[in-house]
Design a protein around this ligand. Sequence first.
Ligand SMILES: Nc1ncnc2c1ncn2[C@@H]1O[C@H](COP(=O)(O)OP(=O)(O)OP(=O)(O)O)[C@@H](O)[C@H]1O
Ligand SMILES: [Mg+2]
Length: 268
Amino acid sequence: MVIGIDIGSTTTKVAAIMPDKEIIRIKTRAIDAITSATGAFGKLIVENHFSLDSIKKINITGVGAARITDNLFGIKTNRVGEMTAIGTGGKYLAKKDRIIISNIGTGTAIIEVDGSKINHLGGTGVGGGTIIGLSKIMLGTTDFDTIMQYASKGSINNVDLLIGDIADTNISFLDKEFTASNFGKMLDIAGKEDLAMGIFNLTYQVIAMVSVFAAKSKNNDTVVVTGKGSNNPIGQNILKRVSRVHKINFEFPADAEYATAIGAALSV
Ligand SMILES: Nc1ncnc2c1ncn2[C@@H]1O[C@H](COP(=O)(O)OP(=O)(O)OP(=O)(O)O)[C@@H](O)[C@H]1O
Ligand SMILES: [Mg+2]
């Protein structure tokens, strides 16, 4: 089998691609690069009763990959560029050849896949780390489930300035429910629930628009969303609304969180 290890800023993910193409996934919190990579690798081996000699090679990627310079456990270890890994993994999960990938991790990277070409277009520092950082100061928690529970009961109307607050009619293609300014209203009555919704709206609207502009600049209409931020129902709804207005399709493949690790395993 081939193993891909993605040492991300927050989480380390491992994907093992078996000879029959089945994919086994493991994740662990990123501590230092070496501890989390070897820890996740060890967990994969022990839990699945694998023997070391069944592993053909290990491909590592992610911000922490540069810290591992030698072979791991005597197994041939390659380093794969993170953008190549995201592009390869996103393409594999989407089963499409011409896509824009928006990888929502701690920050957000945007990649163009055009056949065999993988092109890093840019991105934004707005991502999962933004949600956690703002929640710490505004909600007094960094627990994602709690933040989600707050947001699910929140009203964006108490936080964001909406088009309907400033105009009597639609402005161009924007109707009265659209945000004119994130956190631009901030009513005194806004509670934690509303603030949490405001944090999600800010984060996912920025990601949505950066992705839309990237897609339009490449004459593409499909954005495949990968990273942990992909499989978030509140985030998905925000992306889908932007999708309808701008006629850009956002896709959320299963296993999106493992796209980079899977892509690493499939590279080299
Ligand atoms: N349910 C969730 N929905 C959206 N984001 C989440 C969820 N749970 C955790 N996160 C956020 O996802 C981020 C981690 O995602 P991921 O594992 O894709 O990133 P990473 O690979 O560690 O980072 P990067 O790719 O930016 O180096 C963290 O910032 C975390 O706060
Ligand atoms: Mg990542």
